[in-house]
Design a protein. Sequence first.
Length: 336
Amino acid sequence: MASLRRVKVLLVLNLIAVAGFVLFLAKCRPVAVKSGEGFRDVHPPRAEGANLTVRAANPVQEAVLKRLSLLEDIVYRQLNGLSKSLGLIEGYGGRGKGGLPATLSPEEEEKAKGPHEKYGYNSYLSEKISLDRSIPDYRPTKCKELKYPKDLPQISIIFIFVNEALSVILRSVHSAVNHTPAHLLKEIILVDDDSDEEELKAPLEEYVNKRYPGLVKVVRNQKREGLIRARIEGWKVASGQITGFFDAHVEFTAGWAEPVLSRIQGNRKRVILPSIDNIKQDTFEVQRYENSAHGYSWELWCMYISPPKDWWDAGDPSLPIRRVRTSDTHLGCVQQ
Ligand SMILES: [Mn+2]
C-alpha cells in the first residue's frame, strides 16, 4: 500500500513538473524570439546595438555580431532583474508613459493613501510607473532645431535628497542617464542628507552600482545639513567641468543638456536655470509650464516670474531669459 501511494505521489509530481515545463515554454518562447522593434519598446538603451546584426557583410562578422547581440540581450535581462528585485519597472511604456496621468485601481488607491501622506506625492503610484517612462518634449520648435557643438564641457549631476521615495530618486537617475548624451555626462552624485529610510541605504547603493557601474557616487551626510550644505558636499566630490544641482524628484527631457552646457562654455560666469514643467504629485502627469524665470515671493514661496518685456519683444522663445540675481536654493548649473 505504502509503495503504491509513493508511486501515486511521484506520478502527480511528474505531472506537475511536465505542466510547469509546458507553461514555462509557452510563457518564455515569445520573449526569446522577440527581436528588433519589439524589444526596443521595452528596453530602450540597447536599440543601437541590435541594428548592427542586419547590416554585417561577411558571414563570420555576422555570426560574431549575432552572438554579441545575444549576449547583450542576456545582460539586459539581468539588468532588468535588478529593478524587479526592488519591485520597480524599466522600459519606455506602462502607466504614465508619455507623461500622461497614471491611475491606480480602487484597491491600490487604499494602499497608496499612507505613503502619499508621508511623501507628499503618490509614491505608491510612482512604483508602478517605469523608471524609463517617456515624457513629452514641450520645448518650443525653435529650441529643437538649434544645433550645438560636439565638444561641450562635461557635467556632474548632483541630486540631493532626504527621505525621498526610492522609485522617485531612481527615476531621476534613469532619466538623467537616458536624456544626457553619454559623452557629456561625467557622473551622477547622490547626496543623502541623513535619511532614515532603510531602502535608501544599501538597496539604493547596490542598485546604482550594479545598474550604472562607475557612473554614480553616493555621499552620505552623518547628520542633517540642509539643502545648501548638502549641495556643497556633492560639489566637493564632483569632477566634471560643469556642476548641475537638482532635486531628486525630477525627469529630464531630450536635449536639456546641450543648451545649458554651451551657455556656460560661452561665459563661465553664467549660472543657468532650466525651464521647469510640473510633475503632478497625485498622478505624475507632466504638465507644461510657460517659459519663465524663477524666484521667491515675500512669503518665500517659490514662484515663476514672467520674462521681461524685451524678451517678449524679441519674439524668439528659444532665447534665454536674463536674470541678474537668482537664489542658490534653486536648481541649476554652474562651472566648477
Ligand atoms: Mn522640487
